[in-house]
Design a protein around this ligand. Structure first.
Ligand code: AMP
Length: 753
């Protein structure tokens, strides 16, 4: 027996149709939509649905049938799965736009399959919305006995009846949205000298996924809770559909609905040149747009405004500063901030800049493993060798430290900047997509919004598997096939996860061994293994490290909080002279580019900090007035494989025969591993401090390093390959194979054979 037709009206709180598109995009497909509601109806119930903007404009309406139920006790978001049976012409167009945006290819505007959705534009009057009343509210629609659209109409119907603006004949067809003004950020654009040095110094772990803030009170370090009561805040910044700036938890909670205006994982991009190989590889992994700033750095474009990544990090630091101020009830102007041991000079400078933009004087940049060791050893008078195993969201670092009472000395460090929790997620995502493809022959990989839903659910399942041996992965209404809504509904077990990521765990063990053998150490010589980073909660990692080091990892250091606690301890020590001594090493060699693209190391990896080294250069032409030194960081003998730090220019050199003008160049690295270069003119005795220019493109570099021009065919970067290697094409989280894609192009441009 057929159900009585019901009417569902949804009045939105905004008046911009594009916001409707963005908000509902994750819930729409060619065949139907997921309608979040707690008022469930029986399967098979026919219905009318109407969506109204705040200005009473009806943006989307049609008819459908309830085909799936998502009750609140079983699903995180309750609602109805609706199969469209009829849509008016404007709603069809809107749906097509949404589907085109989902594929992010405007040239791939999908056509609605004829026969799946009927055209409501020709519908009998009963299916058209009555005009709004004087109060702007719609009178109730008849709910029963309305005739169904009898005929199918082509999508590009010439029908002129436009129910879109019923009752408002002169209204524009789409609401005019003025372009948003450039955003004013709540940041400090002054000088460091303007910041008062009052109040306590806080410690901040500015993390890839989450950030954490701590302070020492009563001789004990503790975490300062966020305004929502959490010990960490998500390192996420967003603009919502109303243009409100969101930081931390509010930004995270709307991420799925607003992925293109939500910046996450920015720690992997901050301080990196836009043209650097790493950015070119990873920029397509983010759903927000990554742009090149005026200085050639990576930046982001959200809500139609451009931001530097220093500004994005500064917004997170501002939130932390405010949380600390309200918790400690006094102004906070100073901080110690941690960075990965593997951060290069540009990235460290960028974090300092971010601190200043947040109105914080950065008293010290400290390496994360050192901070974690401080959290472990402070006040315990230890004499031990530690291995800090730090596996976070995006990177893996392993460092060996010697603690001797209050002296913390890094002996060796290493890591993999392409190995982190996201890679574990990727393996599980591939598994889930493969199962879905096997069952339905549908590839969901190219739908950014659906992928975001899958990623969120998979990451949660991965975390659940750290304390459960089995978990259910349920993602309702991920697609429709032949009008039937499809869910992802799988039971995942820990053994399957372990088998999918075994090689990633082995890679971390290999890095640990390399770090140990750089100092001729054996695993048995390590007294304690300290775990840092959320991904280390995985039982497989505990097991593997226990086997390898012959003892279980230390359990009393909190993986999410240790680094922040260590930064707070260091901040506290500044007021107590001689309390702590840190000795760090250079994590990656620094050197210069030579003609032909060779790399000459000036400061070698694992060298103790501070570091200083001088060498002499001279002009190579008569009357030469300018000299340039191109600086890179990395371990390859070829500059193209290393990170470009910048170019130093020596200008206005006094004219002289070649070889006569000579300069002593000194590379100086301080305790924080921040690079300063000075040049002493040996003729005049004048000393110049050099600033690294940041504007060189790969093309400029190629010319400076006198490298051959690439063949014309190679000058155009090919797209990063997205073709299948298995039966489903991978697009995410897999670095382009070396020599291919943009990386390959840059390598070729810089002359790598
Ligand atoms: P972090 O950058 O240290 O905040 O680490 C974030 C990473 O840790 C993300 O990839 C998370 O999915 C992962 N993570 C957090 N909690 C767990 C858990 N219980 N089990 C496995 N991974 C986790």
């Amino acid at each position: 027996m057929s159900e009585e037709r019901i009417s569902i009206k949804i009045r939105l709180k905004y008046s911009d149709v594009s916001l409707f598109q963005r908000r509902f995009s994750p819930y729409m497909s060619q065949y139907g939509m997921f309608l979040p509601t707690r008022h469930l109806k029986n399967k098979g119930t026919p219905l009318f649905f109407e969506f109204f903007l705040a200005n009473n404009q009806r943006v989307f309406y049609g008819e459908g049938t309830v085909v799936q139920l998502y009750p609140p006790d079983r699903y995180p978001t309750a609602g109805l799965g609706i199969r469209f049976t009829a849509l008016d012409q404007r709603s069809q167009q809107l749906l097509m736009e949404i589907l085109a945006q989902q594929t992010q290819r405007s040239d791939l505007v999908p056509k609605l399959s004829p026969g799946v959705i009927q055209d409501l534009s020709d519908a009998a009057p009963a299916t058209q919305a009555p005009p709004p009343t004087a109060t702007g509210r719609q009178p109730a629609r008849a709910t029963a006995g309305t005739s169904k659209v009898p005929t199918q109409q082509p999508v590009a119907s010439s029908n002129t009846a436009q129910p879109w603006n019923v009752g408002k004949p002169n209204a524009p067809e789409t609401p005019a949205t003025p372009p948003p003004a450039a955003k004013e950020l709540p940041l400090f654009y002054g000088k460091e000298s303007e910041i008062e040095e009052t109040g306590p110094i806080i410690g901040i772990d500015l993390g890839t996924t989450n950030s954490c803030c701590a302070i020492v009170e009563g001789n004990k370090p503790h975490v300062i809770p966020s305004r929502y009561g959490y010990n960490t805040i998500p390192s996420i910044v967003a603009y919502d559909e109303r243009g409100n700036l969101l930081i931390g938890h509010p930004a995270k909670s709307q991420m799925m609905l607003n992925p293109h205006n939500t910046v996450y994982g920015s720690k992997r991009l901050v301080g990196r040149k836009y043209h650097s190989p790493i950015v070119q590889i990873i920029k397509n992994r983010f759903l927000y747009e990554i742009i090149e700033t005026e200085k050639g750095d990576s930046g982001v474009r959200i809500d139609q405004s451009n931001f530097t990544l220093q500004e994005v990090s500064a917004l997170i630091l501002t939130e932390i500063k405010e949380i600390a101020q309200s918790y400690l009830e006094q102004p906070i102007n100073r901080a110690v901030i941690s960075v990965p041991a593997y951060y290069n000079d540009n990235q460290r400078q960028a974090v300092r800049e971010a601190g200043l933009l947040a109105g914080l004087k950065v008293e010290r940049i400290v390496n994360e493993p050192t901070a974690a060791a401080l959290a472990y050893g402070f006040g315990r008078s230890l004499n031990q060798k530690l291995l800090v195993y730090d596996l976070g969201g995006g990177t893996f670092d392993a460092s060996v430290l010697q603690i001797h009472k209050d002296v913390y000395e890094v002996i060796s460090t290493g890591g993999n900047t392409f190995l982190g929790g996201v890679d574990f997620d990727s393996r599980l995502i591939d598994y889930v997509l493969d199962r879905f493809y096997e069952e339905h022959q549908i590839n969901l990989r190219h739908d950014a919004v659906k992928m975001q839903r899958i990623k969120d659910a998979v990451e949660k399942a991965k975390c659940d598997l750290s304390h459960e041996v089995k978990t259910d992965l349920i993602i309702p209404y991920i697609d429709l096939k032949d009008g039937v809504p499809l869910d992802i509904n799988l039971t995942l077990d820990r053994e399957v996860l372990n088998s999918l990521v075994q090689d990633l765990v082995e890679e971390t063990v290999r890095v640990c061994d390399a770090v140990l053998s750089a100092q001729n150490l054996k695993p048995q010589e390590i007294d304690e293994v300290i775990l840092v980073g959320g991904q280390t909660r995985m039982p497989l990692i505990h097991q593997r490290l226990t086997d390898h080091f012959g003892k279980p990892p230390h359990r009393n250091v909190h993986p999410d909080e240790a680094v922040a606690l260590g930064t707070a301890i260091l901040a506290y020590s500044f007021g107590q002279s001689g309390l702590i001594k840190l000795v760090d090493v250079l994590a990656m060699s620094i050197g210069i580019g030579l003609p032909g693209g060779r790399f000459k190391v000036i400061a070698p990896r694992n060298h103790k900090l501070p570091f200083e080294k001088s060498y002499t250069i001279s002009t190579t032409r008569d009357d030469q007035t300018e000299l340039e030194i191109v600086v890179f960081q990395g371990e390859s003998s070829n500059v193209a494989d290393n990170e470009y730090l910048g170019t130093m220019k020596l200008q206005n050199i006094q004219k002289a025969p070649r070889g006569k003008a000579k300069f002593d160049i000194t590379f100086h690295l301080n305790n924080e591993c921040i690079l300063k270069i000075t040049a002493k003119d040996l003729q005049t005795g004048l000393v110049k401090e050099l600033v690294l220019s940041t504007r060189d493109t790969p093309e400029d570099l190629r010319q400076k390093l006198e490298m051959p021009a690439p063949a014309p065919a190679e000058a155009v970067p090919p797209p990063i390959p997205t073709q299948p290697t298995s039966h489903i094409p991978p697009i995410e989280d897999t670095p382009a194979p070396s020599g291919g894609g943009v990386l390959g192009w840059i390598k070729k441009l810089l002359g790598r054979r």
